[in-house]
Ligand binder design. Structure first.
Ligand code: NAI
Length: 275
């Protein structure tokens, strides 16, 4: 370990269970000397095992629905008080689509579900930043990260309305990142992660085929949740102070591939079997 986050304080959203990307990140941040509060939606407290993580990392848990400004205001006030100063790093690791959950095809989306998923998965990032900005709760050279997926740029049919939510999320990172950079010297980025076997990930239809395909397409193979945590740590550290307004691919090279030898061979074998 490198003590990259020694003395830094943060807020980590979205650790549900030990598979969560936020869970792995909390563990790595703790190893690097950072202190933080953990937060999740009140319902996730009952479904998940966040208590175990809190104990392991010596952190307090503050429940907050990320769509509620009131909850977020309370969260930020409490975090500053508990941690003893302004916030240096924030991880937004939140995603949910009701249309995906209910197995509703993209072309049949129900708009009240669309709106709910958009609010949770995208607008919540604006809300988190607006509360931090208005309360002047971020330290200079602080770092804010949200997690995203490449369906924001390219078509993955079963990713459904989450593709649109991610596109919106990435745009918020740029738009708010401008003001946060100019006014407070805070950087804002999104990390576009490989498919990862988590509760949210496995909710996507056909996930096992999807993750295996991405692995075979990527020259370095899929990035794991633990590797994503490592990357987030570097983005929270002082070694990346001038990186902002970026969508950073953390995907083993997948996003720049056309086709790989392995995928081509598997496809050809499939064609031979068909004939
Ligand atoms: P996860 O299911 O462990 O985490 C999603 C979290 O969102 C949960 O902790 C859940 O309680 C939280 N959440 C849902 N509604 C909320 C609300 N109203 N307020 C506060 N929190 C709420 O799954 P994972 O994969 O760790 O997801 C984290 C992020 O990574 C999400 O943004 C996801 O879209 C993104 N991502 C995931 C990939 C994957 O394949 N698993 C790939 C690329 C990005």
């Amino acid at each position: 370990m490198y003590n990259l986050l020694k003395g830094k304080r943060g807020i980590i959203f979205g650790a549900l269970d030990e598979n969560s990307i936020a869970w792995k990140t909390a563990e790595r941040v703790h190893e690097e000397g950072g202190t933080f509060v953990l937060t999740n939606a009140p319902i996730a407290m009952r479904m998940g095992t966040i208590d175990v993580l809190a104990q392991k990392t010596g952190s307090q848990i503050i429940p907050a629905d990320a769509t509620s400004l009131e909850d977020l205001e309370n969260l930020v006030d409490q975090a500053v008080e508990i941690l003893g100063g302004k916030i240096d790093f924030v991880l937004h690791s939140i995603g949910m689509s009701v249309n995906v959950r209910k197995n509703i095809n993209y072309t049949d989306n129900k708009y009240d579900f669309t709106q709910k998923g958009w609010d949770v998965s995208a607008v919540s990032f604006h809300k988190v930043m607006q509360v931090l900005y208005k309360k002047d709760a971020m330290s200079e050279w602080g770092s804010i990260i949200a997690l995203t997926y490449m369906a924001a740029q390219r078509v993955f049919p079963d990713y459904n309305d989450m593709a649109d939510n991610k596109a919106y999320l990435e745009s918020i990172a740029r738009s708010f990142g401008y003001f946060f950079g100019k006014d407070k010297k805070v950087r804002v980025n999104t990390i576009s992660q490989s498919p990862t076997a988590t509760t949210a990930g496995q909710g996507v239809k056909g996930f096992s085929g999807f993750i295996a395909y991405a692995d075979k397409m990527s020259p370095l193979g899929n990035a794991t949740a633990g590797e994503c945590a490592d990357y987030v740590v570097t983005m929270f550290s002082d070694l990346t102070k001038k990186v902002t307004l970026q969508n950073l691919y953390h995907d083993g090279g997948f996003s720049n591939m056309g086709v790989s030898q392995e995928v081509m061979e598997a496809f050809e074998r499939g064609l031979e079997e068909e004939n």
